[in-house]
Design a protein around this ligand. Structure first.
Ligand SMILES: [Fe+2]
Ligand SMILES: [Fe+2]
Length: 162
């Protein structure tokens, strides 16, 4: 059993994760159009991963006997610009998601909701990885400069699902 307040907060996070998926899908389309097929694939895999994050909350709410409330997904705001801008935007977005997860964790602690704390621990760890990955790519793109973009893009294209 989770509180009504926790249910609302987790439903809101489903929306945040679905928006993340939408945002990365938009970036995937943008990269494809710019000729960066590797980055397009990377963002496509990332978009699918965000949907799986949303689904993990979805299943948890139902498991706890709660109600699902799906809200409207906002339009991702472009323009996304050059490849380095895309990944800087992605990093900023992940930092925002980390803040959301930490706020949820604070609430779970305040409510002495141990089950939700346990669930959120997975997301706390996941966010460390998400920020590290995006940050690493931002750094690599900076190091590569204009001439090295092709190689970084090829490397991004080797990302597999999961
Ligand atoms: Fe996520
Ligand atoms: Fe993410």
């Amino acid at each position: 059993m989770i509180s009504r307040k926790m249910q609302d907060a987790l439903n809101q996070q489903i929306n945040e994760e679905m928006f993340s998926s939408y945002l990365y899908l938009a970036m995937s389309a943008h990269c494809e159009q710019e000729g960066f097929k590797g980055a397009a694939k990377w963002f496509g895999v990332q978009a699918a991963e965000e949907t799986s994050h949303a689904m993990k909350f979805f299943k948890y709410i139902l498991e706890q006997g709660g109600q699902i409330e799906l809200k409207a997904i906002a339009k991702p705001e472009g323009p996304f610009g050059p490849l380095s801008d895309c990944f800087e935007k992605a990093l900023k977005h992940e930092q925002h998601i980390t803040a959301c997860i930490h706020k949820l964790a604070e609430q779970a602690v305040a409510e002495k909701d141990f089950a939700t704390q346990n669930l959120l621990q997975w997301y706390v760890n996941e966010q460390v990885e998400e920020e590290a990955h995006a940050g690493e790519i931002v750094t690599r793109l900076k190091m590569a400069g204009a001439n090295g973009l092709f190689f970084v893009d090829a490397e991004l294209g080797r990302r597999n699902a999961g």
